[in-house]
Design a protein around this ligand. Structure first.
Ligand code: S3P
Length: 456
């Protein structure tokens, strides 16, 4: 079988294996948060003046957003490792990009910039790799159409390549989000920035709030209130004068998750993950792992760059299966693949409820996780939108997980291989560079063992 990246002309697939290793020890600082990195560049574009960014994630996804911001008129410059500056244009003063905006694998960049373009009198074409071309964009394009933007061309089912003609007078709308998606919420708010009135987004399940926080930090008038049991109602006043700011990007909990789970699974491990962002809307995985009996100690909690941050001491632990409620999904949406790996080593059953959104990520993650667990010999089943994994202290491993251009599937099954009886392979590790370019050397520094695998 040829991996999808090679089949779709996005470079050669890089198979990789992981094998059982001695205890993981030492300290690791995960790379900058991907969500915040995208937003820092985009708000830099929309602000007047020079925004500086420290700790930007220099993964492919974020670099594509930087290139898109430059194509829309910003001057985007790298000053040193993780240090960037953006000279912005201001809301209402963007340029029409001359070429197609190629977002590669990046759904967040695509959808947030669709919001920006939708609220400006410019036209842009959005495209990306084979994974991005499968992802639904209608959920973004529908509210943008209500605001006055027009889709002038799209692939079947509202997919990329999409050409969007924005409006310089976006209508103020009140939008009830049909899915708990921070990308959707952010697209509507970013389009609403250039509206002469108020834009409101109502979500019944709160999703990550980085856009709201950063808009407030850049000077927008934005109010977020509770709505129902788990939701939020967010109201933004249009046409603020956004002022350039200095942004410090905390470490990405979604990347730290791989080292965290690896340390829980590999006997004798004892590591510290530094500077992990602990935003309550991002730490559902930690809540779940604690319920499973994980030894995770929060050290030195503090505020950095406006976010809760802490160092986490993580030690090898015997885990037990739990039920993960659907309401927790938005706070750990990207962590289910690695949670499923933890569940493979936990005693008893872990039932993860309400995972329909996993089907529309970089891959159909529900199917990809189930297939990877099958390859590793881990009993699992999908019932409706639930994933049920039956764990055991020992996992056979020894198979190949198909990654479907999905970085988190690749990292999750490599983590499995660090603790399984036989080495585990992934068919393509190249996409890991989209979110965690230093994954392999950082994990090796802690003691992880990766083995080259032959192309299949
Ligand atoms: C993100 C939101 C989530 C998440 C993605 C990043 C963001 O997607 O899966 O990796 O930065 O807003 P959805 O908004 O589609 O849930």
């Amino acid at each position: 079988m040829q991996a999808e990246s090679a089949a779709h002309g996005h470079g050669n697939a890089q198979p990789l294996g992981a094998a059982a290793c001695g205890p993981l020890k030492g300290r690791l600082r995960p790379p900058g948060d991907k969500s915040i990195s995208h937003r820092a560049l985009i708000l830099g574009l929309l602000a007047i003046g020079r925004t500086t960014i420290e700790g930007l994630l220099e993964g492919d996804d974020v670099l594509r957003t930087g290139a898109a911001c430059a194509a829309l008129g910003a001057k985007v410059e790298r000053l040193g490792p993780g240090r960037w500056q953006v000279d912005g244009c201001g809301v209402g003063s963007l340029l029409a990009p001359r070429e197609t905006l190629d977002f590669g694998n990046a759904g967040t960049g695509t959808r947030l910039i669709m919001g920006v373009v939708g609220g400006h009198d410019i036209t842009a074409t959005f495209d990306g790799d084979a994974s991005l071309r499968k992802r639904p964009m209608r959920r973004i394009l529908d509210p943008l159409a209500l605001m006055g933007a027009q889709v002038t061309s799209e692939a079947e089912g509202g997919r990329c390549p999409v050409t969007l003609k924005g409006t310089g007078e976006p209508a103020p709308i009140e939008y009830r989000s049909p899915v708990p998606s921070a990308q959707l919420k952010s697209a509507v708010l970013l389009a609403g920035l250039n509206s002469p009135g108020r834009t409101t987004v109502i979500e019944t399940e709160a999703s990550r709030d980085h856009t709201e926080k950063m808009l407030a930090y850049f000077g927008a008038r934005i109010v977020s209130e509770p709505h129902g049991e788990h939701g939020r109602r967010i109201t933004l006043e249009g046409r603020p004068e956004l002022r350039a700011r200095d942004v410090v990007v905390p470490a990405d909990p979604s990347s730290g998750a791989f080292a965290l789970v690896a340390a829980l699974l590999v006997p004798g491990s004892d590591i510290v993950i530094e500077g992990m962002m602990m935003n309550p809307l991002r730490i559902g995985l930690i809540t779940t792992l604690l319920e499973m009996g994980a030894s995770i100690e929060t050290l030195n909690p503090r505020i950095e760059g406006g976010e809760d941050v802490a160092d986490l001491r993580v030690r090898h632990s015997a885990l037990r299966g739990v039920e993960v409620p659907a309401a927790r999904a938005p706070a750990m949406i990207d962590e289910y693949p690695v949670l499923a790996v933890a569940a493979a080593f936990a005693s008893g059953e872990t039932r993860m409820r309400g995972l329909s959104e996993l089907r529309v990520k970089e891959s159909d993650r529900l199917a990809a996780v189930a297939a990877g667990l099958d390859a590793a010999g881990v009993p699992n089943r999908i019932e409706g939108d639930d994933l049920i994994v039956t764990g055991a202290a020992r996992v056979r491993g020894g198979g190949v997980a198909a990654t479907h251009l999905d970085h988190r599937i690749a990292m999750s099954f490599l983590v499995l291989g660090l603790a399984s009886d036989q080495p585990m392979q992934v068919d393509d590790a190249s996409m890991i560079a989209t979110s965690f370019p230093t994954f392999r050397p950082e994990m090796e520094r802690l003691g992880a063992r990766f083995v080259e695998a032959a192309a299949r």
